[in-house]
Design a protein around this ligand. Structure first.
Ligand code: ADP
Ligand code: MG
Length: 438
């Protein structure tokens, strides 16, 4: 009986949001099974109500999976029982998996949604995982924040380990590399440091841009890279930029990084974002209505991490207030999140940031110049003014050399469309926004 419930729990864990699982399902234990009725011990009435309302369907479903669809469920409130420590076992649980702790269970090729924006990166990563060290070496994945680089890099490591559990696979971000190097240098253990990395079969380095500007680190990395590469060991690198564009990265590293296969991940299109929402929802055991999915996908421009976060907030809000997940609750929730986007920034600040970023002359944004290297920054600046200030369209137009309000609208639309496909411009925008704290 206990093992029946334990098996149910295992299935439930796959369906329910991890946080909710830990809060509501993990603490529940089985008391007895009698006359086709399973008694579950819960710590309070509140628990019983909550589970009944939110998870009973899932519980029934997983019971069905065990061939016991007919089982009835009864809740027994047992306040005496000391509260179950939910956090500790949860951590152990992940560790119990054969995968080393550094691989997150949710990052796999299966859970990655493939669309136009990432299909090349996905296919390259999968190929590389299937035949490590043979074809694409190094594999260099790059793309903006939250677009799935870590997800893919981890999927490669995971896949290789699943195929060959003895493979020596190391995943780390380049700042962890830096930290390990520093600590080994301080302890006088360079030999150990080198051995750790140079004996690997697969080295996965996430966010390589963080080694930029650090000479000794780059030097070490260069030698490790060469040694592994020479021995036919797979190297996978991710970054937010194309190798050539990483400032303060030694040329010899740039050329090494570009010597294998480079695959970029572009911001996802609307359909892909919706597919990601649906997949994520299904995994966690809830459904997002199509209009809500579309609203979320439209509101969150490109960062999938942000998209997931917003979706989780909407779901949490619905569950806390006992309301259905609908457009109204989605709007209400996201309003809170994005309410203060129009803040602390005005047109001159935006213009200065754009001028700085593109190294323009102060007058360029207001001039009549039509050269592309001026037009695009000018449109980008107008876009930012429209998105992030309360200024009226005519007012913005005026600040850009007395232009018409329709010019501002046009600029806004153009940039909005362009950043969906133009990674370079998207990166410019991200950097400027970062500088402006937006
Ligand atoms: P990056 O490393 O590029 O900043 P991550 O790999 O951390 O981005 O991705 C951010 C989040 O978005 C992760 O939770 C990841 O699982 C999810 N994600 C990104 N792209 C996809 C995708 N195509 N399918 C499913 N989930 C995705
Ligand atoms: Mg990452």
């Amino acid at each position: 009986m206990t093992s029946f419930w334990d098996d149910c729990k295992k299935e439930l864990e796959k369906r329910i949001d991890p946080h909710n699982f830990l809060s509501y399902i993990q603490p529940v234990s089985a008391l007895e099974m009698k006359d086709g009725e399973l008694s579950l011990r819960v710590p309070s009435m509140f628990f019983a109500d909550w589970i009944e309302k939110h998870y009973l369907d899932s519980i029934r479903e997983v019971m069905g999976l065990q061939g016991r669809a007919e089982t009835k469920v009864k809740f027994v409130v047992d306040a005496q029982k000391p509260k179950v420590e939910v956090r500790a076992p949860a951590v152990v649980k992940h560790k119990k998996k054969a995968l080393p702790a550094l691989f997150k269970p949710q990052y796999s090729f299966d859970s990655f949604v493939v669309g136009k924006s990432n299909e090349f990166a996905y296919a390259s990563a999968l190929q590389c995982a299937k035949k490590p060290g043979t074809q694409y070496n190094p594999l260099y994945l790059y793309g903006g924040v939250g677009l799935g680089k870590t997800h893919l890099v981890q999927s490669i490591g995971r896949h290789i380990l699943e195929q060959n559990p003895d493979a020596k696979v190391m995943y780390l971000s380049s700042d962890q590399w830096v930290n390990q190097l520093i600590s080994r240098i301080q302890k006088g253990q360079m030999e150990e440091f080198r051995n750790t990395f140079r004996n690997l079969d697969v080295l996965l380095v996430d966010d390589i841009q963080f080694i930029a500007g650090k000479e000794r680190t780059q030097e070490e990395f260069f030698h490790t890279f060469n040694e592994l590469h020479h021995a036919g060991k797979q190297i996978v690198i991710s970054s937010d930029q194309f190798p050539k564009d990483i400032k303060k990265l030694e040329d010899r590293l740039k050329s090494r990084f570009a010597s294998g296969l480079i695959a970029d991940i572009q911001p996802a299109d609307l359909e892909t974002k919706i597919a990601i929402i649906n997949k994520k929802a299904a995994t966690n055991g809830y459904a997002i209505p199509p209009d809500v999915a579309e609203f979320l996908a439209e509101t969150i421009k490109s960062n999938i991490r942000e998209l997931e976060g917003c979706m989780a907030r909407v779901v949490a809000m619905a569950s806390l207030t006992g309301k259905p997940i609908d457009l109204a609750i989605a709007r209400e929730t996201l309003e809170g999140v994005y309410a203060n986007e129009k803040k602390n920034v005005d047109t001159p600040m935006i213009q200065r940031a754009v001028i700085d970023h593109f190294s323009l002359k102060p007058t360029d944004l207001k001039s009549k110049g039509r050269a592309r290297n001026i037009v695009i920054p000018r449109q980008l600046a107008m876009f930012l003014c429209r998105e992030y200030t309360e200024e009226s369209l005519p007012h913005i137009g005026k600040a850009f050399g007395g232009r018409d309000h329709s010019t501002v609208i046009h600029a806004h639309q153009k940039i909005k469309k362009e950043i969906e496909t133009n990674t370079r411009l998207y990166k410019d925008l991200t950097e400027i926004k970062k500088k402006l704290d937006l």
